[in-house]
Design a protein around this ligand. Structure first.
Ligand SMILES: Cc1ncc(COP(=O)(O)O)c(C=O)c1O
Length: 368
């Protein structure tokens, strides 16, 4: 009897989260929301932090590497973290339509959350440079898609002007609510590890996400929820590396279309994150990105998009600088299913076609 009572008490004192209600509900005191804010959510956030031994082993030195798999958000990218905030605040302000420029993921996310919030969404994309999965999402979620003959940077200038002139809310990462939502990924990492990692490795395009993570790490550090701040290690593709080269790039080019951005709007914030964290910005070639993409798929069972693999490619590139026993988190920003063309063209698997539908024909190929 006494034992049963003890057991009951033990369970009663261990609060269990039975449901994840989305990151606004989860981190309300840390976010600029009030009782009046209508929460538009698809239950984003709460994504897994996965240890990736194949990467740790390539570095050695008893280093532990994890990936924050944000490609498991509702629309398959980290953008959902920012979008739940941006769309909820737009709804609170009475807005009826939103607009964004996008390399693909922002458009998918904006379209989904706008539909959930019963708003119109307009997305301006660079014609021919958006991965098929992302375009498919924006269309199915009901966006009005405008493909322009120009790159992301031109698209962003256009939507900024349109949102200044017309009653339509801009939901790119210049919208401060986006970064507020995105900072929650840093909270989740600290809660999982019990501290901030030694390094955070992250791909950079417009540099909103690195700025958001830095904000999140700082807030939890100041609240004594972590004992340290991480070094912020940002990576760009070498054909599209304005933050590494310290100048805008007119015609950025990379296989990682999500980070094909020549003039990042959050550059000041990103440089501040780098300087205050004693971090570093480096570039990786497309072939280094693809190598990391393949390792994650084949050795870890993790399918991310090429832009996301830049964080792991970057870590492997500077592995000699990693201190012994370091804990490192690489952010995998988007899901590999977003870009099937890249996957089909870049893998080391064997794809036999045109085989007769007979056991014998199949076993012969299998080598039995
Ligand atoms: C998959 C993916 N990774 C990384 C980035 C870069 O994020 P940020 O523009 O916040 O630097 C993007 C931006 O579109 C993205 O879609």
């Amino acid at each position: 009897m006494a034992f049963t009572k003890k057991l009951k008490q033990l369970f009663a004192s261990t609060p269990k989260k039975s449901n994840w209600d989305g990151l606004i509900e989860e981190y309300k005191p840390w976010l600029p929301v009030t009782k009046k804010t209508p929460i538009i959510t698809l239950k984003e956030g709460g994504t897994p932090l996965i240890e990736v031994k194949s990467i740790s082993d390539r570095i050695g030195k008893e280093v532990k590497v994890y990936v924050k798999y944000d490609g498991l958000n509702p629309t398959g990218s980290f953008k959902d973290r920012g979008m739940t905030m941006a769309i909820s605040k737009a709804k609170e302000a009475g807005c009826e339509a939103v607009i964004c420029a996008s390399t693909g993921n922002t458009s998918a996310s904006a379209a989904a959350y706008a539909s959930k919030g019963k708003m119109r969404s307009f997305v301006v994309i660079p014609d021919g440079y958006v991965a098929q999965g992302k375009l498919a999402q924006a269309l199915v979620y009901g966006a009005e898609v405008l493909a322009i003959k120009g790159n992301f940077d031109k698209a962003l200038n256009i939507v900024r002007e349109l949102s200044d002139k017309y009653p339509i809310t801009l939901v790119n990462s210049v919208n401060p609510y986006r970064l507020q939502g995105q900072k929650t990924a840093a909270f989740e990492i600290i809660e999982y590890l019990g501290n901030a990692p030694d390094w955070l490795c992250i791909p950079m395009g417009n540099a909103g996400n690195i700025s958001a993570y830095w904000m999140g790490f700082q807030e939890f550090f100041q609240a004594k929820k972590s004992k340290q701040l991480p070094r912020m290690m940002g990576f760009q593709a070498s054909g599209s590396a304005p933050l590494v080269e310290g100048k805008s790039i007119n015609n950025p080019e990379t296989i990682a279309t999500a980070i094909r951005i020549g003039n990042p709007v959050n550059k000041e914030k990103a440089f501040l994150a780098k300087e205050s964290s004693n971090g570093k910005f480096s570039s990786v070639t497309d072939s280094e990105i693809i190598d990391a993409y393949k390792i994650l798929g084949k050795e870890e069972g993790i399918f991310c998009e090429p832009a996301s693999a830049a964080s792991v490619a970057g870590l492997l590139k500077i592995k000699n600088e990693v201190p012994s026993k370091a804990t490192i988190v690489c952010v995998l920003t988007g899901n590999g299913l977003k870009d099937p063309d890249c996957a089909i063209k870049n893998n080391d698997s064997i794809f036999h076609t045109g085989i007769d539908a007979e056991i014998n024909a199949i076993t012969k190929i299998m080598g039995f």
